[in-house]
Every structure is written in C-alpha cells, then in structure tokens.
Write a protein that binds this ligand. Structure first.
Ligand code: PLP
Ligand code: SF4
Length: 334
C-alpha cells in the first residue's frame, strides 16, 4: 500500500525548469541550476515549496534547495568527505565514531536535497545498510555492550517505510544494552505528512527512550502543519530536539537564529546544535567564518533564555565528539 506521504515524496519537484516556473523566478537561473543538479539532483517536496516566497531569489528556504552555479566552483579546503566518515565504518552502514553511541545509515534517500549537505558525495549505493544487510550492523551492536544508543540516520531514515523501520526497531529492542533510540530526520519539517498513524504507532510502542532530532534552519520552515507533526511526535513520548546548519544567506543573522529558536520552542522543540558548515565541495558559498559565528552566538545569548541557545559545534575528523566552538578568553597570565 502506498501511503499519502510516499505519494507526496514521489511527486517532489526534480526538474529545475519546473521549480523556476512554480516560483516565478528568472529563467536565467536555469542553465546553472541544470549544471549543478547534474552533480547533486534537485529535489523539493511541494509541502516545502509552498513555504517559499514567489519571485524572490534570495528567499532563505529557496537558497537551501536551488542548485546554483557556485556549486561547480573548486574551492581549496572544500572536499568530498569533509567529516571523515569513511574510516569510521564499523560494519556496513554503521559509523562508530563516539563512545556509547553509533550512527546507522539506514538509507541514502531524503525527502529534500539540501544543497549544503555534507553527504552530497557519500557513496550511498555501497555503504547504506540496506534491509538485508542490517544483519551485519546488528551483530556488531550485539557484540559491544558499551553501546547504549543507536542513531538512525541517512539520508533520512523516515524516507523508509514504517514496515521496515518497525522491523529494525524491534531488532534493536531485542538487544539488552540498547537504552535509547535516536532518529535524525528532516522529514517532519519538509514533509509533515510523514508523521502519520503508521509512524506514530511503532514509535509509541517502542520500549526504548526516544529522541527525535529534527533539522530546521529557518523559522519559516515551521508552519502549522509542521507544528502539528511535532505535536504528534511528542505524543509518542519522544523528546524533540533540533539541529541547524549555519548558512550564509539563510540564517546568518542573530534575528534569524533567534526567530528560529522561538519558533522551535513554540512547536515543542529545543535547539540542540548549531553546526558550522562542513567544508564539502560545492557548498563553499554557504560558509560563515568562525569569528562571525561566535559574534552571532554572543548576540543570541544576550536576547534569549539559555535553553533556547543551541550549542555551536563543528565536526572535526578523528575527534571524540562534535567539537564545541568557543570564544577565546582573554587570559590574564601564564
Ligand atoms: C554526530 C554524530 C553522532 C552524535 O553525536 P552527539 O554529540 O551525541 O549528538 C554520533 N555518531 C556519529 C558518527 C556522528 O556523526
Ligand atoms: S535531509 Fe539531511 S541528509 Fe538529506 S540532503 Fe538534507 S541535510 Fe543531507
């Protein structure tokens, strides 16, 4: 049976010409969009498209999905595997970088293609833990009692069917030392119809402690349908957090970040990480320098309660955790 969200996902806009026409944008964007989309395809669900203003090439939601000529530029320091995922593969589709928790790449598919994505060059075809291959990852988990949390990631794990997810989660529940299930997903934001009865059913029934980490970058992504989806997720007993990528032209002002924190809290979601952009080839035009990011954090802290301040972090290949990005304190001596 095809569910409504699966139909909506299949009907996502993939043709740059269609995107420009629907949003009443200058056809001059077409040629570069086609060239950039040849490297990393365009993909935007209509539910997300509806939140983009028409006729505004600088719309912060549009910037996240419109392929640009800038993506073709070769910029020194921007590489294909910026976070060093490849050396951390513990089993097929399983990344074990940090103590106590592992990340399972359940699928390469996403509901939306974010132009800044650090996985835009990831060889999903080879390294995704496809259903028949979850066995290897599950065996690894069973064999290491120090692992207490499994993160379903991708791609977007919620682009998989509920049947497959429910089966995977049942296998995880059967491993006694696994206490927490974490889901990293952008689907409830870009395709809120994904949070349907099927999803709510297996998630609510899951005996593990549940954390859903959403991915929204701008307050305008959180419309009424997304707030409803968040309410349904909270109804399963899941804790809702959000991670954001700091992006030039999208959320690189204290006002944009503050509005995002407020909109998240209104939806019952707490800000978790604000990630500096991973230096992935094709995304250099989104980069915000560290000094500027720190200045934004100072402004943000001055205007919001502490619980609405995300942690500014960056991914450092080989580091034991996401690395906090902190101001350098003037030291008095020594
Ligand atoms: C980001 C990440 C995690 C989760 O890190 P937290 O700090 O616990 O959110 C776990 N494993 C991998 C491989 C990651 O990239
Ligand atoms: S949803 Fe996440 S994994 Fe998928 S393209 Fe966007 S940032 Fe990348």
């Amino acid at each position: 049976m095809t569910t409504r969200w699966q139909t909506e996902m299949a009907e996502a806009v993939r043709d740059p010409r269609e995107l420009l026409a629907l949003l009443q944008l200058d056809p001059a964007w077409l040629e570069p969009a086609k060239r950039a989309a040849a490297l990393f395809p365009l993909r935007v669900p209509h539910a997300f498209l509806a939140r983009i203003a028409k006729g505004d090439p600088r719309d912060p939601l549009l910037r996240q999905v419109l392929p640009l000529g800038e993506e073709l530029k070769d910029v020194p320091g921007f590489v294909t595997d910026p976070v060093g995922d490849m050396p951390s593969l513990a089993a097929r589709g399983l990344l074990h970088k940090y103590q106590g928790r592992v990340l399972l790449i359940t699928t390469g598919a996403c509901g939306v293609h974010c132009r800044y994505c650090f996985r835009r060059h990831f060889p999903y075809a080879e390294e995704t833990a496809r259903a028949e291959e979850w066995r290897e990852a599950l065996d690894y988990l069973k064999g290491d009692a120090a692992i207490n949390e499994v993160i379903l990631s991708g791609g977007d794990p919620l682009s998989l069917s509920d049947e497959r997810l429910a089966a995977l989660v049942r296998s995880l529940e059967g491993i006694p030392h696994i206490r927490r299930l974490r889901i990293h997903t952008r689907q409830p934001v870009v395709l809120p119809s994904r949070v349907d009865e099927g999803l709510v059913g297996w998630l609510k029934a899951c005996r593990l402690q549940k954390v859903v980490v959403l991915h929204a970058n701008h307050a305008r992504e959180l419309d009424a349908a997304v707030r409803d989806a968040c309410a349904r997720l909270r109804g399963t007993g899941a804790t809702l957090l959000n991670q954001t990528v700091l992006l030039r032209g999208v959320n690189d002002t204290a006002k944009a970040l503050s509005d995002l924190s407020e909109a998240l809290f209104a939806a019952g979601v707490l800000p978790y990480y604000l990630n500096l952009l991973d230096p992935v080839a094709g995304a250099a035009h989104f980069d915000v320098p560290e000094a500027e990011a720190l200045a934004l954090m100072t402004e943000l802290r001055a205007g919001l309660p502490g619980y609405l301040i995300p942690r500014l972090v960056r991914e450092v290949p080989g580091a034991p955790s996401k690395m906090p990005v902190l101001p350098v304190l003037e030291s008095g001596g020594g």
